[in-house]
Ligand binder design. Structure first.
Ligand SMILES: [Zn+2]
Length: 171
């Protein structure tokens, strides 16, 4: 088959589905088809077998991961939460990570600079609270979701204010 210089793996779609969508497919497939590092032997010999399933061609280790990559943002946060048993400080990080992945690729690039990670680290003193781990966890989830809700309310209020101002100007 002929090689494509510009459209890469999305060349198989021809001119169909639109430029933006084909670009996004290329973005994912480039990373998906790469050799990844093996968590078992450390060699760069892991290939994706199927959705969420990866196999090392060096040591034959088979393991699960993200649908397209061996590890994902959300997956690593949850793994860390489980291994460190720190559900409290990291819930907010997880919520933010989810929101950002929903927002798209531009946001992902910004996140790589590590701005959000620094912000959540300051929350660790919460651990001082006494009570059962379950209670603490529930409280943290509540607090995190409240903070998100507060942010949204503020943004809405700002928007409404702006609308009223424009109305007054018009009248
Ligand atoms: Zn291996």
């Amino acid at each position: 088959m002929h090689k494509t210089k510009k459209v890469k793996s999305a060349g198989r779609f021809g001119s169909r589905y639109g430029r933006g969508i084909r670009d996004r497919v290329v973005n994912v497939e480039e990373k998906q088809r790469r050799f990844h590092e093996c968590p078992s032997c450390g060699f760069n010999k892991v290939k994706r077998v199927s959705t969420g399933l990866f196999r090392c061609r060096k040591c034959n280790a088979v393991f699960t991961g993200g649908a397209y990559y061996p590890s994902t943002m959300g997956g690593t946060i949850v793994k860390k939460m489980v291994s460190q048993r720190k559900f409290l400080p990291m819930v907010k990080e997880l919520i933010e990570a989810r929101e950002e992945t929903a927002m798209g690729m531009l946001e992902k690039k910004q996140r790589k600079k590590g701005k959000t990670a620094e912000g959540t680290d300051g929350q660790k003193p919460k651990k001082k609270k006494k009570g059962s781990p379950e209670e603490n966890e529930a409280a943290a989830v509540e607090q995190a979701s409240e903070e998100v809700a507060e942010k949204e309310e503020k943004e809405e209020a700002n928007l409404e204010g702006a609308f009223e101002e424009t109305k007054e100007e018009g009248a």
